[in-house]
Ligand binder design. Structure first.
Ligand code: PSU
Ligand code: MN
Length: 306
């Protein structure tokens, strides 16, 4: 593969990878489509700082002018935050066309995993992943994130999945495709804004070393595929399930009434839930991302020490 033709790894990230130092990948759709400006930029910069404070090098991933980027400058992060939804949300099917046309793209969990793997990065921190949508038995709306987790060997540290999705079907899909789902300090799948969901994870682990050891074994055996680490939102920022689930039900009803489908569904639901719940859900969203960045950095350090 002629990666240099398409991929730019920034010098700090390249140096770390070449010397076996810990690196944590970060996505850019959470910046452009997942949060409003200017909180999105502030959060993205804080996440990078938290990763450094925990001993790893941050690599925010995006597509700029048709180049795959592993590691952005603060100016580039500001650009993605300000342009927001005007930037193309880029999933696997969009990568080749955006590169060939020299366009920008905000990377989802899927494309961040792809580019992280190209660059040699093992651990990726985000907020929530895409999954099987409610009603998928008729719409067939299943996020490409799940298929990517099935094939690409990158560990994704998240706060579970939002109940805009069908969490039970999401777990079934991951089971079928052989993706281990780990609960960090919990036996239950966290549901992003809340620490519990009523669904069980496959395994509970309690230290970054344990996470790193399991992922190392998976990679050493050449099993391929990713690992999903679900890290519950800190208690102090978790939301009342009745409030958040009410907002989610309302957002889904509006989404269906408007006939929104395809790649627009998730950004619409995320934005509506944030509007309906006011600033509360945004504050929680920001804090759980920080919490995931910390755990991902510690796990990347443990992985490199093995
Ligand atoms: N869920 C969130 N926040 C997000 C996303 C999902 O709680 O920002 C974004 C991620 O980039 C994820 C993408 O990869 O949405 C999934 O989109 P879709 O459902 O269209 O596959
Ligand atoms: Mn979809």
């Amino acid at each position: 593969m002629n990666l240099n033709k398409y991929l730019d790894v920034n010098p700090e990230v390249a140096e770390a990878i070449a010397n076996g130092k810990p690196v944590v990948a970060l996505e850019s759709t959470i910046i452009s489509h997942g949060m409003p400006y200017p909180q999105n930029v502030e959060t993205a910069l804080n996440v990078e700082r938290i990763i450094r404070e925990n001993g790893a090098v941050p690599a925010t991933i995006a597509i700029i002018g048709g180049r795959l980027k592993a590691g952005l400058t603060p100016g580039e992060i500001e650009y993605f935050g300000k342009k927001g939804q005007a930037i193309t949300k880029a999933s696997r099917r969009d990568l080749a066309v955006l590169c060939a046309r020299g366009q920008d793209g905000a990377t989802t969990v899927t494309t961040t995993m792809i580019i992280a793997h190209m660059a040699g990065i093992k651990v990726f921190a985000t907020g929530g992943i895409g999954g099987v949508h409610r009603g998928a038995e008729t719409t067939m709306d299943i996020s490409a994130d799940l298929e990517e987790l099935a094939h690409t060997p990158v560990m994704v540290v998240c706060a579970g999945a939002k109940s805009i999705l069908d969490l039970g079907l999401t777990l079934e899909y991951l089971e079928t495709h052989g993706v281990p789902v780990i609960g960090y300090g919990t036996e239950e799948l966290p549901a992003f804004y809340t620490r519990t969901s009523g669904f069980k994870v496959d395994y509970r682990m309690d230290t970054p070393q344990e996470l790193a050891g399991a992922f190392k074994a998976q990679n050493d055996m050449g099993l391929g595929g990713g690992m999903l680490v679900t890290n519950p939102i800190p208690e102090a920022f978790s939301m009342d399930p009745a409030v958040i689930n009410g907002a989610i039900d309302q957002a889904i009803a509006e989404c269906n009434a408007k006939g929104i489908h395809g790649k627009a569904t998730t950004p619409f639901l995320l934005a509506r839930v944030a509007e309906i719940t006011g600033g509360n859900s945004l504050a929680s969203n920001i804090q759980l991302v920080y919490n995931n960045a910390r755990l991902a950095a510690q796990t990347a350090c443990a992985y490199c020490a093995m």
